[in-house]
Design a protein around this ligand. Structure first.
Ligand SMILES: [Zn+2]
Length: 164
């Protein structure tokens, strides 16, 4: 098993945190999750993969939180990003449990924080499209569940921008 902490040639400092991803899908059982292995220490079962870059290393490194902290010399952001992902995932799971109302013409709607949310069928393709407040989404979705997740992502995005 790779342990780059003991190998020469891999820098121990000067890495930048590019992204943190959650390899587990919503509602996915643990035994079906495709965990990753930390490329630095070889620790297995990494759910939150921290992606790091270094100016002297060609490939990105995919590591666990502890190694990410050491390599970036940042003991705040790797854990914070991981916590945000965890919180977002539980918000998303709660979101999918919401009961949407059905209008006479078959659209789904919901009012959240005084914003009107709408899921309707695209006339041409019969796929689902979404509308958040006054903004029409451009994408189409094959299932209602995917459309609901798109609305969730849209709201999260607006909240991040401070436009919610
Ligand atoms: Zn590690």
């Amino acid at each position: 098993m790779a342990n780059f902490w003991r190998q020469q040639g891999v820098p121990h400092k000067g890495w930048t945190l590019v992204n943190v991803i959650d390899v587990r899908e919503d509602g996915q059982p643990e035994w079906e999750t495709d965990y990753e292995t930390c490329m630095m220490c070889g620790n297995e079962k990494i759910r939150y993969v921290h992606i790091l870059e270094h100016p002297d290393v060609n490939d990105e490194f995919r590591v666990g939180c502890t190694c990410a902290e050491k390599l970036t010399n940042d003991y705040i952001n790797p854990e914070r990003r991981e916590r945000e992902l965890r919180n977002r995932s539980s918000r998303r799971i709660n979101w999918t449990k919401k009961q949407w109302k059905r209008s006479k013409n078959g659209n789904y709607f919901l009012n959240v924080d005084e914003h009107h949310l709408l899921i309707y069928r695209d006339k041409g393709t019969n796929k689902y499209k979404v509308k958040i407040g006054e903004t029409f989404g451009k994408k189409t979705f094959s299932t209602l569940e995917k459309a609901k997740i798109a609305v969730f992502n849209g709201i999260e995005y607006l909240k991040e921008k401070g436009d919610w």
